[in-house]
Ligand binder design. Structure first.
Ligand code: ATP
Ligand code: MG
Length: 390
């Protein structure tokens, strides 16, 4: 039996004139995700993307699994294709959904006709197929209001498709359709979630990690690369920029009052991230900051953090409780990695009594002895790039 995958498009259907642009992005993203699974024909029609295996050796199950994390897809189903004829549709449903029928206690048939030349109305087709399916599986009751199994029939231009209820897709918008942003990726719980949330809005991500060897270990860096790998199914391949941060911290220790350490480090991160953004055509920075969570995340601290740069800072988890962030971290499978105990560059230099309401003038005075431009240049020159693929 010929089996294909149907992907329903989400918000991009609403995009009017830009619809084609978004659709093309999504088609390209889908095609890229399918590469490891064989040759597929991928095209769109009527707000649906069709994924058709081109040979017996295609791994449709693997492909289906990999498409579940593609942003821009609201739902996915595996479907059996057949001739556009009522009895062919019936026989296909019997065979293809045999297992579903053996488990269900009730069902209904829902038909859609994109091809209005089909000789029956949707209702007539549902009634015809539904009646005979009930004869074939008499232990499964017909229930049009609250069925356990919905048999979907779609009569399209060239063929009819039969499938059970679709599963939920990743939602959002196709990665790359709304530009690029630099995401500051620490080893913690929050920044991978923030990265996922921004990618979901169609943003292509350039992850940046600040690394303070030997204050933080090789394992701390590996942990961040593992987190990046966990994000690849959502973000596509990533090029992680690992920035050497040790020198800045050592210079800071020499001349800054300890209570300003955190805020000064955060400002350096912003400046360097902005430079990376400029080099990569990124229009914003992304952080995992959440209001009030720690001393550096008061409104005053956030203001002082972003005062030294021009790009907007996107903080998608700003209003979320830890529990809410953790729920997403578990869903995208970053949580278990994030809680591994390797130290973060900021924790090494955490002041005993951090300023919770820093004033910009005092912060500027605190970092006044440092040669900011030279330190930023040196850090940028020392960046190591690590490609993370799926
Ligand atoms: P996270 O759970 O993401 O580590 P957090 O609640 O621990 O966040 P902070 O450590 O104050 O918060 O960091 C705030 C944000 O700054 C992080 O979410 C991240 O975006 C960025 N950040 C912090 N440390 C680093 C780092 N070493 N490399 C890259 N980004 C960092
Ligand atoms: Mg952290």
């Amino acid at each position: 039996m010929e089996e294909i995958i149907l992907l329903k498009l989400g918000e991009i259907v609403l995009k009017g004139l830009n619809k084609r642009y978004f659709e093309q992005k999504l088609l390209a993203n889908v095609r890229r995700r399918l590469i490891p699974f064989g040759e597929f024909r991928v095209y769109s029609a009527q707000s649906t993307i069709y994924v058709e295996p081109q040979s017996e050796s295609c791994d449709t199950t693997g492909a289906f699994g990999n498409l579940r994390t593609v942003f821009g897809v609201v739902s996915l189903s595996r479907a059996a294709a057949c001739e556009k004829e009522k009895d062919a549709i019936l026989e296909t449903a019997k065979l293809y959904l045999k297992e579903e029928f053996s488990r269900a206690r009730s069902f209904k048939v829902e038909s859609k006709r994109a091809d209005k030349r089909f000789p029956m109305t949707s209702i007539q087709l549902s009634q015809y197929v539904g009646g005979l399916l009930h004869d074939a599986f008499p232990h499964v009751a017909v229930d049009v209001h609250n069925p356990e199994l919905t048999v979907a029939i779609e009569v399209r231009d060239f063929k009819a498709y039969v499938h059970a209820a679709p599963i939920q897709g990743a939602g959002g918008m196709p990665v790359g359709s709304n530009g690029r942003a630099v995401s500051l990726l620490s080893g913690g719980i929050d920044s991978p979630v923030a990265t996922y949330m921004i990618a979901k809005r169609g943003i292509s991500i350039v992850p940046v990690h600040f690394f303070s060897f030997p204050y933080t270990s090789e394992q701390a860096k590996e942990k961040v690369l593992t987190l990046a790998k966990k994000l690849v199914p959502y973000c596509d391949d990533l090029m992680v920029e690992v920035v050497p941060f040790t020198k800045i911290q050592q210079e800071m220790q020499k001349s800054c009052p300890e209570e300003y350490f955190t805020i000064v480090m955060r400002r350096f991160m912003m400046r360097i991230a902005e430079r990376i953004a400029q080099a990569n055509g990124c229009k914003a920075l992304v952080t995992g900051e959440s209001l009030g969570q720690v001393a550096s995340q008061t409104m005053e601290s956030l203001a002082a953090t972003e005062q030294c740069i021009d790009l907007p800072v996107l903080r998608p988890v700003i209003g979320m409780d830890k529990e809410e962030i953790v729920t997403i971290a578990r869903k995208i499978d970053t949580f278990e990695t994030s809680i591994l105990p390797y130290e973060d560059c900021c924790t090494v230099f955490t002041p005993r009594h951090p300023k919770t309401k820093p004033q910009i003038r005092q912060v500027e005075a605190a970092e006044g002895q440092m040669d900011i431009a030279a330190l930023v240049d040196e850090a940028v020159a020392g960046i190591e790039r690590v490609r993370i693929g799926g």
